[in-house]
Design a protein. Sequence first.
Length: 327
Amino acid sequence: MTRAVRIDQPGGPEQLKIVDVEVGQPGPGEIRIRHHAVGLNYIDVYQRTGLYPFPMPLQLGMEGSGVVESVGEGVTHLRAGDRAAYAANPPGSYSEVRVMPARNVCKLPDDISFETGAAMMLKGLTAQYLLKKTRPVEGLQPGDFVLFHAAAGGVGLIACQWAKALGLQLIGTAGSDAKCALAKANGAAHVINYSTEDFAARVKEITGGQGVKVVYDSVGKDTWDKSLDCLRPFGLMASFGNASGPVPPFAPGMLGAKGSLYVTRQTLFTHIATRESNQAMADDLFEVVRSGQVKIHIEQRYRLEDVQQAHRDLEARKTTGCTILTL
């Protein structure tokens, strides 16, 4: 038996309960992993509230690190005793031990700690596919402007640093002066406090009226319309989250009127659908972290028993950088 966090129905943080669950042996293509740390992400909130529906009861958590205890038939890239980390479906990382598909689990380099491994996989792989794979039709070159919302969050702080390493001028938005300062300290070329400034007007000012080539937006409803106004002709609106709520329906004709814009809705799990693509992206992430160009900032640590408070703080936007649950 092992402890895990489970919900029996969608709802608020009060639905998160610690329960004892039985963990068996891994089947074909699976591993059993004992977690050292678990990552907390906004997608966990979407699943808890039912915005992203799952069958109940549901064990939450998409990211973790630990030591492989055993491997099932057909698993060749991992063995018992390996240090490992992952971002993966199905959920279930809010636990001491779990059995899970091996496809998205990667060996964790010895010089990356378990806490860093748990904090960086989902957020770091997200930053990787956004900056490296989700690009405007005209491409991205050093010196180009990009707009990144929630720049002081877990994905945002990684993206600020990585964009700087790529030579991009990242304009980061955040909801307070302190969060803006944090994004600036992590490589954002410009920052905008969207609670006190009109970010669309400021983007036009910063770019000399040209606009940005791409907007990376995990906020959703509250930033959508003005984000489209920040784009230059043929620019790309890249949506990858809904922290303020889902984007309402819109008429495609408006994209033409605003400059023949492109719109995409991305999700990490399409990009890491195969072991080969997952490993290639993870290798890129490991390399940039080990080089020191990207540092993983763990700003909040909660015990597994305090998972309800962790969710409350995340939803209240009280967190910055990465958040982990410790075991």
